[in-house]
Design a protein around this ligand. Structure first.
Ligand code: C2E
Ligand code: CA
Ligand code: CA
Ligand code: CA
Length: 278
């Protein structure tokens, strides 16, 4: 490092310290929060477009910080991934989502899968499948009621991804590709990986009505998914017009504020009860 002057060096060094310190504090805080049970899951319903029934739930993490309130995942998941805390945190998410889903079933609600977002760090853990199998057994939840969402970038090493996804699929867990169309897209993995569902990214759904290119892309993804015998769900659906478009193109499911925002577990139970009229 070339030091041009004492002050310059000091300023630079303290900037680095500041960033590093912030990171360290966040990592320390997350470890504390995990043992303090400050993380919680919200759940966003997924609707069948033909029947209007709720056919799934996506678990979305939040951090209920004692001073800062509810913190969205974008503010801590990247740091959790970088530090590796995402592995125990991600395991907690899988377990908590399964526990909640079992609790809904025990309340007499219709059995539907809960989907969990997986980080690339968890995906590269050797014993992921064992961990998932242990959790399902401990909770007493059938594997078909757990789904895992991965992103396209996680499948770049097709050999590895294929091995891991086959193991999970053998357990009975379904795999979805999240944010489909935004990452490294290759037909190779669609052909070679055991995937059950594509989730069309919100960025294509948003302007479906105004932008003919987005409309064409969404229509093409739906048609391709069906030709490959995959289910397809649209993310970030906010308007009735979007619903009409998706329905007319035979998209299977939708998720978004139009249906419901993400809700705490108790809110979901209420919603399911209303749907059942009891
Ligand atoms: P995602 O998996 O793509 O999740 C969907 C995000 O879109 C959620 O944001 C959800 O609240 C939001 N959303 C849902 N419907 C609408 C809509 O109609 N309009 C708009 N504008 N947004 C909508 P959230 O909960 O803040 O999560 C952000 C991201 O954080 C997730 O994106 C996911 O990548 C990540 N994430 C969340 N929970 C977990 C987790 O447990 N583990 C990991 N590894 N990542 C997670
Ligand atoms: Ca997701
Ligand atoms: Ca997504
Ligand atoms: Ca996303």
């Amino acid at each position: 490092v070339k030091v041009t002057g004492k002050n310059h060096y000091l300023l630079h060094s303290s900037d680095m310290d500041h960033v590093a310190l912030k990171k360290l504090t966040l990592q320390h805080e997350m470890r504390r929060a995990l043992s303090n049970k400050e993380f919680m899951l919200y759940y966003q319903p997924q609707y069948d477009l033909a029947s209007g029934q709720i056919v799934g739930m996506e678990a979305l993490i939040r951090w209920l910080h004692p001073e800062r309130g509810l913190i969205p995942p974008a503010e801590f998941i990247p740091a959790a991934e970088e530090s590796g805390i995402i592995v125990p945190l991600g395991n907690w998410v899988i377990e908590e989502a399964c526990r909640q889903n079992k609790a809904w079933q025990d309340e007499g609600m219709p059995s539907i899968p809960v989907s969990v977002n997986l980080s690339f760090r968890q995906f590269s853990e050797r014993n992921l499948t064992d961990k998932v199998a242990d959790i399902l057994e401990k909770i007493g939840l059938d594997a078909r009621y757990l789904e895992i969402e991965i992103t396209e970038s996680m499948t770049m090493d097709v050999e590895r991804a294929s091995h891991c996804l086959k193991e999970l699929t053998c357990l009975g867990v379904n795999i979805s590709i999240d944010d489909f169309g935004t990452g490294y897209s290759s037909f190779h993995y669609l052909k070679n990986l055991p995937i059950a569902r594509l989730k069309i990214d919100r960025s294509f759904v948003r302007d479906i009505q105004q932008d003919p290119n987005d409309a064409a892309i969404v229509a093409a993804i739906i048609a391709m998914a069906h030709n490959l015998q995959l289910q397809v769900i649209a993310e970030g659906v906010e308007t009735e017009d979007q619903v009409h478009f998706l329905r007319s193109h035979r998209c299977d499911e939708m998720q978004g504020y139009f249906g419901s925002p993400p809700l705490p577990g108790s809110g979901v139970l209420q919603l399911l009860r209303e749907k059942l009229n009891r």
